[in-house]
Ligand binder design. Sequence first.
Ligand SMILES: Cc1cc2nc3c(=O)[nH]c(=O)nc-3n(C[C@H](O)[C@H](O)[C@H](O)COP(=O)(O)O)c2cc1C
Length: 331
Amino acid sequence: MTPTSSSPWRLSVAPMLDWTDRHCRYFHRLLTRHTRLYTEMVTTGALLHGDVARHLDFNEEEHPVALQLGGSEPEDLAACAKLAQQWGYDEVNLNCGCPSERVQRGAFGACLMAEPRLVADCVKAMRDAVDLPVTVKHRIGIDRIESYEFVRDFVGTVAEAGCEVFIVHARNAWLQGLSPKENREVPPLRYELVHRLKREFPQLTIALNGGITADAQIEEQLQLLDGVMVGREAYHNPYAMAGWDARFFGDAHAVPDRDAVEEAMVRYCERMAAQGIPWPHVMRHVLGLRNGLPGARKWRQVWSDHRLKGEPPRKVHGLALQALRPALHAA
Ligand SMILES: Cc1cc2nc3c(=O)[nH]c(=O)nc-3n(C[C@H](O)[C@H](O)[C@H](O)COP(=O)(O)O)c2cc1C
């Protein structure tokens, strides 16, 4: 165990728009009790002028859970942070890393890295409004600014406003010419800049994000940093998280096997159906549960078959297990 092992940011699943909704987080929580979970980004506009409950409702089981906000108006962000506190979130995180054009038009996300003083004002306004930790997720640079000093000055300025936790996606955001997807793949990862931040700001909590796909990498980064945030790999290969509590939190409680997790999700689907939420909204997040195992493809085809969407989840579950069975016998 490293000296930082007790940090609440030791391990987390990244905020992912359209992916880490409350159903997805409920599923992830069945696999790991201690990993911190993040919502999708919610914009201040959506919260202040839209349906607050739709954006903020979550299941009690999800704790610890952080709300990620997108915005750049200190007053609006402060009002949204208050809502997060009222709703019972454990943290408010400000998105300074999203490169999408829609977000750039709103002048927030990654383009905020060019305005560290504004980010500092946003952080201060939120901290003044709530008792929750206010954290920032950002990149190491924007466009072709490759210098370490750029991200160092960003972190330094925002830390002066009281931010103590920085989650660093260790690649630049190229604001023109790349789609958001390409912006998660093309700009090179440079973990050494994040390590340098931790060395220069030892009092801050610094977590690394970007390109982590194996437990051994998490372990390696935790030797140098306070935390690791995993995005796509956690979503696509969720059962890998079943080993995290024992390996990274020293909590070797029994973890449900895949069949038990699926059964729990079917019961959750039944509860959601009573609230008018169709099971495909839930089960789309679960499709990676059996990845790499015999029969996984056929099993996944059943759970993603839209012709079955009118059927009760219990029945679809039966069909999915039937699809799995021949592969199990052959194995
Ligand atoms: C589908 C998708 C949606 C994302 N949405 C957000 C978002 O809402 N807020 C955010 O800060 N990052 C978002 N990201 C970026 C991730 O949080 C993370 O920084 C990125 O995927 C790199 O980590 P990874 O290599 O572990 O996936 C998104 C990524 C994906 C794949």
